[in-house]
Design a protein around this ligand. Sequence first.
Ligand code: C5P
Length: 238
Amino acid sequence: MEKAGVLYEGKAKKIFETSEPGYLWVEFKDDTTAFDGLKKELLDDKGALNNQISSIFLELLAANGIATHYERLLDDKNMLVKRLHIIPVEVIVRNIVAGSMSKRLGVPEGTRLKQPVIEYCLKSDELHDPMINLHHIYALELASEEEMKSIQEQTYLINDVLVPYLEGRGIALVDFKLEFGRHSQEGVILGDEITPDSCRFWDISSGEKMDKDRFRRDLGGVTEAYREILKRLKEGES
Ligand code: C5P
């Protein structure tokens, strides 16, 4: 497996073409950003931690019959994934109120929702990922009704797998962001990452934040929290 030219460089990941058609090489960077790149820092080991954490979650989903782009780990900072045409819609799932939902609706952080909430945002850094609804998605032809039905079904299934898995490790899955893409043979499947950069994880016993909010809110101990997440995921594996 040879790494070829850079296809795309994002804030936290760099994507390369590979010698194998249909597969991409993903490098998880140590760069950490928030507020659309306004706040930036290099955090040692963050790339390696996110690579390993995401691989564990994506393997867990595959074991539960949910197709993802994940193929295999290449080394501590790199993974091989199937090439997808990413649908430019971020899918956010909320189990407990936090972050932008708390601000927007005036509901206190920590309020447990009676049922999961799914929100959609347009993937656009320049526009700060504005929230959109299914009408926008269909009218702007971002995805078809059939694709969104499949995305919604997969999203609920993913939440149903992740919530109890994390609870068993003392972690509450507060909210998270997913991205889906079109694969040449497999239809619409899960892409991107599942990491403490893209999820809110709270320690069930102490309520401590174990995710990127530690960076966004200057709480310190960012990589320590990510390392603790990886430790708990690995402990649970044995
Ligand atoms: O900021 P907000 O409260 O809407 O974020 C909800 C969840 O989605 C959080 O877990 C956050 O980390 C994630 N998210 C993300 N990328 C974005 C927007 C939100 O990973 N562009």
